[in-house]
Design a protein around this ligand. Sequence first.
Ligand SMILES: [Zn+2]
Length: 296
Amino acid sequence: MIAGAPGPGQRRGLAREVGVSGVALHGGQAARARLRPAPVGSGRVFTWGDRPPLLAHIDAVEAGAYATLLAGQGWRLRTVEHLLAACAALDIDDVEIAVDGDELPVLDGSAGPWLRALQAAGPVDRPGARPCAHVRQPVTVGGPGRWARLSPGPGLVIAISTRFSHPALGQQQLEIAIDGPRFAQEIADARTFGFLHEVEALRARGLVRGGSLDNAVVYGPDGPINPGGLRWPDEVVRHKLLDVLGDLALLGHPLVGRVEAECPGHSLTHALLRAALAQPGALEIAPPGCTPAPSG
Ligand SMILES: [Zn+2]
């Protein structure tokens, strides 16, 4: 059971602390995180020992190759996007994520275990301003074959298309109006994916050292080699949509508008957010349900 959206003007946090543990996808080491209640208005904040906290915000993004990497305050944290997607889908505004290393656990490669951990931590409405980022003007980044666009709309709708040369993948597309129940049923459990022929090259670069058939869909020449196969025939585009939602959460406010992307990756979504923030009038931070101010 998933609680509905917070009431107007209400923020949402957690009632209790919950721990999650697993392996780091890229580093391969054991990784743990504790999801903790945080003060109203604090946002989604990562902490590691006595280091200064790191806010999940686009300004803290250092890189977006294969995973979203946050950096600042003298430390770095990798692979934050699946947890942030679950926070966004459940409207969790304020949470401390206490980690014990430089990467979050990958779990099964999806956002499902994060979603269930957040639910176990008891999402709870609390008084406090909860403004949204309303898209007021279109914003586009990228070019032919690989682009992303924001445009005005009454709620958050994400429309994604992917295209891969692998014959088992081809072209996939999906459009969904994001809310907690739909995310839980249709998106959260879609796993990250990769190609068998790329694994050795990625490992040589220090990536996917913790990757296995337990935490990723791996495509061989004839299709997925995971014994259980796919969770959906179009699991790849569902995971891409999950990643886009997680990266959009780096805005720090719930987004109200339509998001479209062709062949998105983390860097493209980060570029879209930066372009929206840099374009005067593209976003308006205002209460939910707020209609545009008259122009002229
Ligand atoms: Zn992902």
